[in-house]
Ligand binder design. Structure first.
Ligand code: KG4
Ligand code: ZN
Length: 332
């Protein structure tokens, strides 16, 4: 029996989870609403909120899982990538907890954990598979050869897909984080406006041109009709979402074909997007792929993915020392 406590604090969600023999016993997430009024995450405020949230979140995770502190066998924590001030809170907490109870420590790469969230439920992918990891900070196509043997075959040259959603929302004067709102409006609209698809070599992405195209498009439309955004919100959102989704999927199709892979997963906050989920399912049906789409609660940041990744590292006996420092730019 192995019980792992997972801690996630890389950005603006403070989360703790308990993994019992590879099954999730609890996954508690405290969302930080303080950032909404600033239109983006304020790092200083994020680390302060983590300080306030971390102990109650951990206590709740332990109680919800129906275990006691003494039952825990190891502590897994997000070491990076993420905001340094945020990572420090989770890292310091995990180290203190492990030190006080004489437990092994397990450091986890946040981007690997997003992918390993697919090993929480029974429908697990087989190695090798491709994973499109799309979040507020990253956009990557990853060739997953084993639990901790992952190769980034493509990534964004500028903005992440989540940023493309959030920046578009800002242009449309929607509150932060705008991704879920664009998704909501898009469901009521049609992709009637055409935005360009960037021509980037290989499996890499670029989203900055799209942002500029949207900015100019809205500016020009507003010159003629002040209420253009208000009157066309659903169609604008559907058009932007359609373009982001096709940019992502066209690269995944290319990478899957070239690597001869027929198992494709998505992970990260943007994998909650309904347009992406539907388009991936349709593409899979056409191409005979087996697809893996995470449950909503495992798309955005959560500690269940840290705890499950910790479980597999625990089985491999892969521990870290008390000298482990957060790595804001931790690589795969
Ligand atoms: O993985 P995540 O929670 O945090 C990071 O590690 O960045 O991803 C957050 C990102 C935000 O940009 C948010 O707008 C986006 O995921 N997001 C969505 C949706 N839900 C979250 N984007 C589009 N459609 C959604 N339904
Ligand atoms: Zn994330």
């Amino acid at each position: 029996m192995a019980i792992i406590l997972g801690i996630e604090s890389s950005c603006d969600e403070t989360s703790a989870a308990v993994c019992i023999d590879g099954k999730i016993g609890s996954n508690i997430i405290a969302n930080q609403t303080i950032h909404e009024k600033y239109g983006g995450v304020v790092p200083e405020l994020a680390s302060r909120a983590h300080q306030q949230n971390i102990i109650p979140v951990v206590e709740t995770a332990i109680a919800t899982a129906g275990i006691h502190k003494k039952d825990i066998d190891a502590v897994a924590f997000t070491r990076g990538p993420g905001l340094l001030g945020s990572l420090i809170v989770g890292t310091a907490f995990a180290k203190s907890f492990a030190l006080a109870r004489n437990l092994p420590l397990i450091d986890i790469n946040h981007m690997q954990a997003h992918i390993l969230a697919h090993f929480i439920d029974d429908n697990k992918p087989e190695f090798p598979f491709l994973c499109l990891t799309v979040s507020g900070g990253h956009t990557q196509i990853v060739l997953v050869k084993d639990y901790f043997d992952m190769e980034v075959v493509g990534q964004t040259n500028d903005d992440a897909a989540g940023e493309a959603f959030d920046k578009t929302a800002k242009i449309l004067e929607l509150p932060y984080p705008g991704g879920p709102l664009i998704d909501k409006y898009a469901r009521e609209g049609n992709p009637t406006f055409a935005f360009p698809e960037p021509q980037i070599p290989g499996y890499d992405f670029s989203f900055s041109g799209l942002k500029t195209a949207i900015l100019y498009f809205i500016r020009d439309k507003r010159k003629v009709d002040e209420d253009f955004v208000k009157n066309n919100m659903a169609d604008i959102c559907a058009s932007v979402q359609h373009r982001i989704v096709t940019i992502l999927l066209n690269k995944v199709i290319k990478a899957a074909r070239d690597h001869n892979i027929d198992q494709v997963a998505i992970a990260g906050g943007v994998s909650a997007n309904s347009g992406l989920r539907t388009a991936l399912t349709e593409t899979a049906a056409q191409r005979g792929w087996k697809v893996f789409i995470p449950k909503f609660e495992y798309c955005t940041d959560n500690a269940a993915m840290i705890a499950i990744a910790g479980y597999y590292k625990y089985l491999a006996g892969d521990f870290t020392g008390q000298d482990a420092a957060p790595l804001a730019r931790m690589r795969m």
